[in-house]
Design a protein around this ligand. Structure first.
Ligand SMILES: [Zn+2]
Length: 149
């Protein structure tokens, strides 16, 4: 499915729900291919050491968030880790912030449209885990302060 630039209104954050030090881009891509997704589910993937890997093309819809038809109006960013059990590394968070700021600017995304998977209406998931979702709540506050909202 194609994703047009003007369709991208949301950025959705995910966890792999596997321990970060045992999780690589290649492993997750292989898993998603086996599940018939045709590629890794996400547009960007951030490994434990903070390395940002390009997933699917931004002009192709992801397969990361079925709820609310979100795959057709968002880009997905996955982080290696289970953030109910562990914390993201500082390098991961730095890379996530950089990636989000780049995409927010590129697509003119509203701050309240940067969501953890669990925050999507009608989703039933723990994703992206407690510690990463807490970071995201704080990150949105920080962006709002910068914009004086
Ligand atoms: Zn998810």
């Amino acid at each position: 499915m194609k994703l047009k630039r003007e369709d991208v209104k949301y950025l959705i954050i995910h966890q792999t729900a596997t321990l970060k030090d045992q999780t690589t881009f290649e492993k997750i891509k292989k898993l998603h291919l086996r599940q018939g997704m045709g590629n890794i589910a996400y547009h960007y993937f951030i490994e434990a050491n903070g390395r940002v890997r390009k997933g699917r093309n931004e002009t192709t819809a992801g397969t990361h968030t079925k709820a609310s038809g979100m795959n057709l109006k968002s880009l997905g960013i996955g982080l290696a880790g289970n953030f109910n059990l562990e914390e993201p590394t500082n390098s991961q968070l730095e890379s996530l912030e950089k990636t989000l700021r780049y995409l927010i600017k590129k697509y003119n995304i509203e701050i309240d449209n940067i969501l953890g998977h669990r925050e999507v209406w009608n989703s039933a998931t723990e994703c992206p885990g407690d510690s990463l979702n807490e970071w995201l709540v704080d990150f949105r506050e920080k962006l709002k302060k910068e914009k004086n909202l």
